[in-house]
Write a protein of this length. Structure first.
Lengths: 111, 123
């Protein structure tokens, strides 16, 4: 099972909106609504930001939103803030034997 | 407080073995699926293995299949990973994570993570 494809980096100015894509296949993103997104600051454990494509856990800012179209999922961060600077990873359920696959990761830089 | 605490990491020679543990507290451990996720130095996250909350189903990444074995002891609220035939490419921080579901056929995300334990495979 190959990793899901994400852009290596995305940047934006404070207050702007950015979108991170996550491209997979019909066996993962395209075939289920089990897509999650994680935020990871340097030296820290990942934090769940989005699950089931677009749902937010309690406590996660509504500036974070998720969507999916075909084999590609997206995470949008609106009103970008300095604290949003981190690495972001998508994951998906996959119907292959491994059941779980991560994305390659995207470094978000706040200019 | 919901918490996961990994232990068991260290330096091991190629071909060697290591057993990681993850002690859970603050939630009903037995009903949730649990996963191991690793991160090699300077690299991204890689899902390694998962164990369902019931039914005993397990799953592994192709990169560790046949070498790693995940297990859990619900009476001790502890998740384990037995790692055999270790390779240099297994060097990573290993995170234990609680899944929001009990089964592996659904994926509602991993909402609780430990601080990680470092495994270094080197001669």
């Amino acid at each position: 099972q190959s990793a899901l494809t994400q852009p290596a980096s995305v940047s934006g100015s404070p207050g702007q909106s950015i979108t991170i894509s996550c491209t997979g296949a019909s066996s993962d993103i395209g075939g289920s609504n089990y897509v999650s997104w994680y935020q990871q600051h340097p030296g820290k454990a990942p934090k769940l930001m989005i699950y089931e494509v677009s749902d937010r856990p309690s406590g996660v800012s509504n500036r974070f939103s998720g969507s999916k179209s075909g084999n590609t999922a997206s995470l949008t961060i609106s009103g970008l803030q300095a604290e949003d600077e981190a690495d972001y990873y998508c994951t998906s359920y996959t119907s292959t034997g491994t059941l779980r696959v991560f994305g390659t990761g995207t470094k978000v830089t706040v200019l | 407080e919901v918490q996961l605490l990994e232990s068991g990491g260290g330096l091991v020679q190629p071909g060697g073995s290591l057993r990681l543990s993850c002690a859970a507290s603050g939630f009903t451990f037995s009903i949730y699926a649990m996963s191991w996720v690793r991160q090699a130095p300077g690299k991204g996250l890689e899902w390694v293995s998962a164990f369902s909350g019931s039914g005993g189903r397990t799953s592994y990444a192709d990169s560790v299949k046949g070498r790693f074995t995940i297990s859990r002891d619900n009476s001790k609220n502890t998740l384990y990973m037995q790692m055999n035939s270790l390779r240099a490419e297994d060097t990573a921080v290993y995170y234990c994570a609680k899944e929001r579901s009990g089964g592996l056929e659904v994926d509602y995300g991993m909402d609780v993570w430990g601080q990680g334990t470092t495994v270094t495979v080197s001669s």
